[in-house]
Design a protein around this ligand. Structure first.
Ligand code: SAH
Length: 343
């Protein structure tokens, strides 16, 4: 019988603080286990640590300690024979599940630029500037354009996270009402593919940086080539005209208010009076309640000088760009669909 993980639901204050102070070790342990592909090795049956060490090339006693730490958090479970097996959380770390997304968070396939920037969070807190820019002398997306290996790691990880949330967004709104949807900063095209395959009379334009749209993996894989085109460009300069819906998913949270205004004004300039803007981002609730957007907000602070926003903050941004917030639809994930129309 596999021992079930015991997770303290409400730790005493001293444990809460210690857990938070050392949380980066749990986080790093997860990244390493994912890099070694442990979850895939446990998919079919529990394995001894020696067998896992042999396959991965790890030092067996150290690997045992790593897996024990993660098992205490519900990732993997040790049985009475000392073998480690999968759990529902571990299954999410398999290839095809959340593996590429976790590799993105841990920057396991990157070059240290992401991990090191998080280490200098204090710079952002003291100055309001992205720690990434301070450390690397350029913005995060400029850096990705210069470092193709990092760009690949980022695009794959983003697409992986997006795969879980795209169907939820596609179902949260009647995209079939549009003739032409433009996904601005649409990455690998996963959301557009999800929308187009359900609405065969809708056309889509994927718009992103030229290097990103060269081969948009998710759209290509969907096999609906007659329904879409891809256009490379810079959303601070202009976005393609002619859409009756413009999507900005996980875009505005990357940027400061003045930068968002530039993006929104480009969208507004491309929109007809009847067109609609659909922003998919977290909407931060008032009060102390936990929300996934609150941690993501710190990531935005470090990397891009962006922020997660409240409803009032979206409303104010839209108003300055000639748009009026019309409706907010929460999805079952962490994102909401925030709709705006020309004011
Ligand atoms: N909408 C996608 C990707 C979000 S990541 C999703 O939700 O999965 C942010 C995206 O913005 C990246 O794909 C990045 O390449 C794109 N991007 C960054 N700067 C850009 C610019 N100046 N012009 C166009 N796209 C840009």
């Amino acid at each position: 019988m596999a021992a079930s993980a015991v997770i303290d639901p409400a730790p005493a204050p001293v444990h809460l603080i210690l857990n938070l102070a050392l949380g980066y070790l749990v986080s790093r342990s997860l990244h390493v286990a994912v890099e070694l592909g442990i979850a895939d090795l446990l998919k079919d049956s529990p394995q001894s640590v020696d067998a896992l060490a042999c396959t991965t090339g790890a030092h067996s006693p150290s690997l045992r300690r790593l897996l024990r730490t993660l098992a205490a958090h519900g990732v993997f479970a040790e049985d009475e024979q000392g073998r480690f097996g999968s759990t529902p959380a571990a299954a999410l770390l398999e290839q095809g599940a959340m593996r590429d997304g976790v590799l993105l968070c841990g920057e396991v396939s990157g070059d240290g630029s992401w991990w090191n920037a998080v280490g200098t969070l204090k710079h952002s807190v003291m100055t309001g500037e992205p720690a990434f820019d301070h450390q690397h002398g350029m913005g995060f997306f400029d850096y990705l354009q210069r470092e193709p290996a990092c760009a690949q790691w980022f695009d794959r990880g983003m697409a992986n996270f997006a795969a879980a949330e795209n169907p939820l967004i596609a179902q949260a709104h009647d995209f079939g009402a549009y003739r032409h949807v433009v996904d601005v900063g649409g990455g690998q095209g996963g959301l557009l593919a999800e929308i187009l395959k359900c609405h065969l009379h809708t056309r889509g334009t994927l718009f992103d940086l030229p290097g990103v749209v060269r081969n948009p993996a998710d759209l290509v894989r969907a096999g609906i080539s007659e329904q879409w085109t891809a256009t490379g460009g810079d959303f601070f300069a202009s976005v393609p005209a002619g859409g009756d819906a413009y999507i900005l998913k996980r875009i505005l949270h990357d940027w400061s208010d003045p930068q968002c205004l530039r993006i929104l004004r480009c969208c507004r300039a491309a929109m007809s009076a009847q067109a609609r803007l659909l922003v998919a981002d977290a909407v931060i609730p008032a009060g102390n309640a936990p929300h996934p957007g609150k941690v993501m907000d710190m990531l935005m602070m470090v990397f891009a000088g962006g922020r997660e926003r409240t409803e009032q903050e979206f409303e104010a941004l839209f108003a300055q760009a000639g748009l009026r917030l019309q409706r907010i639809t929460p999805t079952p994930g962490s994102l909401s669909l925030i709709e705006a129309i020309p004011a």
